[in-house]
Design a protein around this ligand. Structure first.
Ligand code: ADP
Ligand code: ZN
Length: 674
């Protein structure tokens, strides 16, 4: 353990292992095979990179993506670790040089493409080398059930048998059980050695806003992220091109990416983005596979994602470096309505049901008024027990369910009843809004007493109401013909006036400004460091995040390290980097501090102040500092009930608040909630 921890600090510059890393490393060092399932950004690579340093022999890393191999080799080289790659992208000369280095035994990590590994001469050569570990990255490529099946991956199992002394570690971010069991079977791994990490990405802030003026909403959002990287996903090439031109017109540093561009253009745009020469990538889902840029600060879904899995994967490209990042979804009720309508026309019931299930998972996620992480994470079969994460829009500004929507429910439900429970929400809304559509006419529905009584509300408002009626189980979707609404017993009680319905009428909530930029660091110093990083990266022809992660720069700009010793306490700075860049960094902080009269007083970076404090802690601490509840309501734009919720949670987590009447109220609240 001592040695592992030492390497973690000295080579990688990290203080602690992340969840499961040490267990996995121990298993590998004991030559017990492992299957590692961790989300993107979870820290999979370290699980084989660190043992590679401790083994006397070679670690072979099989990876399907050339860009990724190059990235990792660059990263290892920056840490002072001997790593080379073998694939079709390198010159004959480089190839031979790399082979020689491996032969001499100076290489710790060899990154290799599967098709290269399968070549006979390479295999024969490697069999003359002492190989201690086989790491199979993106192991889901082995499975036909994965999203990226590669037949040559199947043959790795045989290769592995030629190296009986080598331990095998397979890694993937794909969580489905089927893919997992496929990998295990194929590589003949033992079930007892599965390591499955949580899929919760704690540093991602999830936020959803109803899409009304998407361009303006996007501009409003991205203006907070000056100089920072972001990806904006659009549904179609057209939509990408339009948004790209619009953002460019507004002076943003932006490039498009979609399958309609030439290979060269795509490559160039991607490179500019990776190198921080361009800040924003507007793209279709064609963009992102194998992009290991760690400092993406936001991902916007300008259009609806294809599925919740796609959404999770696409948003997962934000914040790989562990720094808080935001995922914004512009959610259009009318898009949902259109897709539902479209699905309704499908004749294949099996297909229809599968697509509806996908869509419902997405709408459940978007419509939830509780923590977004609950529907998102439980979708992947993981239990999620927290009720407040402090890192989603609902936890930060809980939706107030205080509107009486009984009358709206009565209008809607009686319209469902009068049309014989034979139609979907769209048609019912058309009737309520007095539409002159052909369908209304065909069924003579303009003669109904409910025709036109809901004119006062837009279609979107009605759709949102209907989602709430469904959630409250006033109506259910017919099992035979999904989409057709049926009334429940509860609905009859509401229609008779025996039960009231409460929910939310607010269609639009401007939530952008409530979060982000809560990081406390010296922004001016950060900019200077960022510039320097760019310069160093260009000189070495690697992306800037390979030199230092954003987190490293944030820490330097928060703690003003004054010498090598304090610099070593910074995240991501190990022995090699200090030797290489230590003096450069110190000369920057030195002159910055003296110019600005800053006393350099390095404190342990224990409290990562640039990371956002959870809202309940922030509010409770403000309260403890002597601010009254009324003042908090005014200043922080929160409801009194929400303040109570925060304080309640703070106490529940073991905090204490200043003593006065409120303590008693909170206790009562606590008891009631129990
Ligand atoms: P994955 O391959 O699972 O997507 P990576 O291996 O690329 O993730 O790791 C993501 C980021 O987390 C990298 O920037 C890596 O350096 C960092 N990281 C990994 N392990 C640790 C750790 N123990 N402490 C701090 N940062 C870590
Ligand atoms: Zn939450």
């Amino acid at each position: 353990m001592q040695k592992e921890k030492e390497l973690l600090k000295n080579i990688f510059g990290y203080d602690e292992f992340r969840s499961l890393q040490l267990e996995i490393i121990t298993s590998i060092l004991n030559k017990k095979d492992a299957l590692v399932v961790m989300p993107t950004g979870g820290g999979k690579s370290l699980c084989y990179q660190l043992p590679a340093l401790m083994f006397s022999g070679l670690t072979i890393v099989v990876s399907p993506l050339i860009s990724l191999m190059k990235d990792q080799v660059d990263q290892m080289t920056q840490l002072g670790v001997e790593a080379v790659l073998l694939n079709s992208s390198i010159s004959r000369q480089e190839y031979n040089e790399n082979i020689n280095m491996i032969r001499e035994g100076s290489v710790k990590l060899l990154y290799v493409a599967p098709e290269t590994l399968l070549k006979n001469d390479i295999l024969q050569f490697l069999q003359t080398i002492n190989v201690d570990c086989f790491a199979i990255d993106e192991a889901h490529c082995i499975s036909e059930w994965g999203h990226d099946f590669r037949p040559e991956y199947r043959k790795i199992a045989n290769v592995r048998k030629r190296f009986p002394g080598a331990v095998c570690i397979a890694l993937t971010a794909t969580a489905t059980a089927r893919v997992r069991s496929d990998i295990r079977k194929n590589l003949e791994l033992n079930e007892t050695n599965d390591f499955v990490a949580s899929f919760n990405r704690g540093n991602l802030f999830y936020k959803i806003v109803p899409k009304d003026n998407p361009l303006e909403q996007t501009l409003e959002f991205i203006k907070q992220y000056k100089n920072e990287s972001g990806i904006i996903y659009c549904f179609s090439r057209d939509s990408v091109d339009r948004l790209y031109l619009n953002l460019k017109k507004h002076g943003y540093s932006v490039r498009p990416y979609h399958a309609g561009l030439s290979d060269e253009e795509r490559q160039e745009n991607q490179n500019l983005f990776l190198k921080d020469d361009v800040q924003i990538m507007v793209a279709t889902i064609a963009f992102g596979m194998g992009i290991h840029k760690t400092n993406v600060r936001y991902v916007i879904h300008f259009d609806l994602p294809k599925s919740i899995e796609a959404y999770y994967q696409e948003t997962g490209r934000a914040g790989r470096d562990g720094v808080d990042s935001t995922c914004l979804l512009l959610y259009s009720y009318s898009d949902i309505h259109k897709i539902r309508f479209f699905l309704d026309q499908k004749s294949d019931n099996e297909e229809k049901r599968a697509a509806m299930t996908q869509l419902n998972a997405l709408t459940d996620y978007a419509d939830t008024s509780s923590c977004r992480r609950i529907p998102l994470i439980t979708y992947f079969g993981e239990e999620y027990t927290e009720s407040y994460c402090g890192m989603c829009d609902n936890c930060v500004t809980p939706e107030e369910h205080s509107d009486d929507i009984t009358v709206h429910a009565q209008m809607f439900l009686s319209c469902v009843k009068r049309t014989g429970e034979r139609f979907g929400a769209g048609h019912i809304i058309d009737i309520l809004r007095g539409s002159k559509s052909k369908k209304v006419n065909d069924f003579n529905h303009q003669t109904l007493s409910t025709y036109g009584i809901g004119k006062a509300y837009s279609k979107d408002v009605w759709m949102k109401l209907v989602r709430q009626f469904m959630k409250l189980k006033l109506v259910v979707s017919d099992t035979e013909t999904p989409g057709v609404l049926k009334l429940t017993e509860k609905a009859f009680n509401v229609m008779k006036g025996l039960e009231t319905v409460t929910g939310s009428m607010h269609e639009e909530k401007k939530r952008y400004s409530s979060d982000s930029s809560a990081r406390e660091y010296d922004a001016a110093l950060f900019e200077i460091l960022r510039e320097k990083r760019k310069e160093l990266a260009s000189a070495e022809n690697v992306p800037p995040y390979v030199i230092f992660s954003d987190k490293t720069l944030f820490e330097i700009a928060s703690f003003y390290p004054r010498d090598h010793e304090s610099l070593l306490k910074i995240h991501g700075i190990g022995a090699h980097k200090i030797e290489k860049y230590g003096d450069i960094l110190l000369s920057i902080t030195d002159s910055y501090c003296s110019e600005n009269g800053i006393e350099k007083s390095f404190e342990e970076p224990k409290v990562k102040e640039y990371l956002k404090t959870p809202r309940h802690i922030e509010i409770s601490e403000l309260y403890n500092s002597g601010i009254s509840i009324n003042e908090l309501v005014e200043r922080e734009k929160v409801q009194p009930r929400t303040v109570m919720d925060y304080l309640f949670r703070y106490i529940r987590d073991g905090g204490s608040i200043r003593k006065d009447l409120l303590v008693i109220i909170c206790r009562l609240y606590y008891l009631a909630a129990d």
